[in-house]
Design a binder for this molecule. Structure first.
Ligand SMILES: *[C@@H]1O[C@H](CO)[C@@H](O)[C@H](O)[C@H]1NC(C)=O
Length: 342
């Protein structure tokens, strides 16, 4: 019984999404994949890859850098600052950074990462290269490289792009629901408790319901990652990543052998910044490597241990994905009409 209904929903997902999403001609995917701007990627990464524990100078510098890059790229920038109690430092001030194209739009595709680094009392030099300096650098690099296409959606009132840099993802002591994801809890609560009037129907909805899908990037930059598919609602989107990876591999446009995107739907046991949004019914695409990178939460999660062929391949695959998403989006994907199975 359960199996049957899952299969039915899967079909609806694929057909429902497929009807609206026409893959652009292969030449476009090839061309977009090759738009690398490695100098820019290195530049943004070098400005993020430093100890940036909440409440420290490094953290302030990184926050200032991200906000200023977003402004330079033409995003509206909103800073969501708040105070919250933490086990080690008592109250700290956290700041989520949100960059938006078409701030008044009814719906958004939201990409997200966390920019804080974890506090280790015995390792003040911890830089969290995969966790999550690289994901944040990739988001800024994507925006930079795809700007000519992002400009084409500017001015639309039905659809916009949002880049969310969460603060305070890391636990200060031990990971619990309280001691973790401080920034995303605050933003999800704020957007759940404020309203927006739809420009066409004049209907009022919660701001959080304007997020068509939250695509969370985490733990990216180590060799041989495995990105699995955790959510029924975003199955079609995940499958698109699988397809793009295969297409680019066949076209000889990837550096690494083997695949990083795995199509099979699996149960997610990984808690992360998506939790407060998931609990408010936001469709989630969680792009995190499981198992976690070998050097996760150790001093070796640093520049020296990044695997650049993998990062460049991920960047190409994800760039084509985002390009297809924004250029093909004519009507709402309405992923909320698809039930989650767990
Ligand atoms: C400390 O954080 C709590 C929330 O965790 C908040 O309610 C309180 O107002 C904060 N105190 C100060 C002095 O900011």
């Amino acid at each position: 019984m359960i199996g049957d209904s899952i299969f039915f929903v899967f079909l609806v997902t694929v057909l429902g999404y497929g009807a609206r999403s026409q893959a652009p001609p292969p030449s476009a995917a090839r061309q977009i994949a090759q738009l690398d701007n490695n100098d820019h990627l290195q530049y943004v990464l070098s400005n993020i890859l430093k100890p940036r524990v909440v409440g420290t100078k490094g953290h302030d510098e990184v926050a200032t850098f991200i906000a200023s890059e977003l402004k330079t790229l033409g995003f509206d920038v909103e800073l969501d600052s708040f105070s919250a109690y933490t086990p080690v430092f008592r109250n700290l001030t956290f700041t989520n950074i949100v960059g938006t194209i078409n701030s008044n739009a009814a719906e958004f595709v939201a990409l997200a990462c966390h920019y804080d680094s974890k506090y280790f009392p015995n390792d003040p030099g911890f830089v969290g290269a995969t966790d999550s300096a690289v994901p944040c650098a990739l988001m800024l690099n994507l925006a930079k490289v795809l700007m000519p296409y992002i400009q084409q959606i500017r001015g639309r009132n039905d659809f916009g792009l949002m880049l969310i840099f969460f603060d305070g993802e890391e636990a200060f002591q031990e990971w619990t629901q309280q001691d973790s994801v401080y920034g995303s809890k605050n933003l999800a609560a704020k957007w759940s408790n404020s309203l927006y009037q739809m420009p066409t129907t004049k209907q009022t909805i919660r701001n959080i319901d304007r997020i068509e899908v939250l695509i969370l990037l985490d733990l990216i930059g180590a060799q041989s990652p495995r990105f699995r598919n955790y959510y029924m609602r975003t199955q079609a989107l995940h499958n698109q990543l699988v397809g793009i990876e295969r297409y680019l591999a066949k076209a000889g446009l990837l550096n690494t052998r083997g695949f990083m995107f795995y199509p099979r739907l699996e149960f997610s046991g990984v808690d992360d910044d998506h939790r407060p949004f998931y609990e408010q019914n936001v469709p989630i695409l969680h792009i995190i490597s499981t198992p976690f990178p070998k050097h996760w939460h150790t001093k070796y999660d640093d520049a020296e241990h990044l695997h650049w062929p993998t990062i460049k391949d991920f960047n190409r695959i994800f760039r084509v994905f985002l390009y297809q998403y924004i250029t093909n989006r004519e009507a709402s994907f309405n992923l909320r009409s698809i039930p989650e199975y767990h």
